[in-house]
Design a binder for this molecule. Structure first.
Ligand code: HEC
Length: 166
């Protein structure tokens, strides 16, 4: 009987100890998950400078009727906007995550449509609409002084924008 009590006690201690370890492990995992999720958070302006580069590259791709490269660049702009939604839902008291897509999605779709149709006139029109939506979002997110315009020169001289198959 005595042995039985000791055994029960031992099992009890052992199992409660196991629970304690489980809890500690769980806390450690949670802590690590938090660290990982916070370890890479690109700054708002870094994402925007990336978008700015793709905006310029998009323009010269379209101008050269390089539709494959144009599609690549508009997709990268789309991904930049998704990063704003993910990493910067709020900025300077503005719901940037919520408004980003609302402001720019239509412009992105217009550009994608022009690319699909391989229509250069439509491309230039839709590119203007896209640029306007960049500026509209800057205005509503208290950064109206950042004005985007149609690029006049291609600063990416180390990349080929022309294509054989026009
Ligand atoms: C959420 C709406 C929103 C949209 C859509 C948006 N921007 Fe921005 N952009 C911002 C905000 C806010 C800032 C200021 C970021 C900061 O305070 O660091 C900014 C900053 C910038 C900057 C300045 C970066 C620097 O540090 O020099 C550039 C360039 C830029 N955006 C380009 C664009 C282009 C090009 C587009 C469209 C293709 C675009 N943005 C679309 C909100 C937006």
């Amino acid at each position: 009987m005595k042995h039985c009590i000791y055994l029960t006690l031992a099992i009890f201690i052992f199992s409660s100890c196991g629970n304690k370890n489980d809890k500690l492990l769980e806390l450690k995992v949670k802590e690590l998950e938090k660290k990982v999720s916070e370890s890479y958070k690109p700054e708002f302006s870094a994402i925007m400078i990336g978008i700015q580069a793709h905006h310029q590259k998009l323009y010269f791709s379209g101008l050269n009727k390089n539709w494959e490269l144009a599609q690549y660049n508009i997709h990268e702009i789309e991904e930049g906007i998704e990063q704003i939604e993910e990493y910067h839902p709020e900025h300077d008291g503005v719901n940037t995550g919520k408004i980003a897509g609302q402001m720019i999605d239509a412009g992105i779709e217009m550009v994608e449509d022009a690319i699909k149709q391989k229509n250069d006139t439509l491309f230039l029109e839709s590119f203007d609409a896209l640029t306007n939506s960049c500026n509209a979002c800057h205005l509503v997110s208290k950064h109206g002084f950042i004005k985007i315009k149609t690029p006049s020169v291609n600063t990416f001289s180390n990349q080929e924008f022309k294509t054989e198959n026009k």
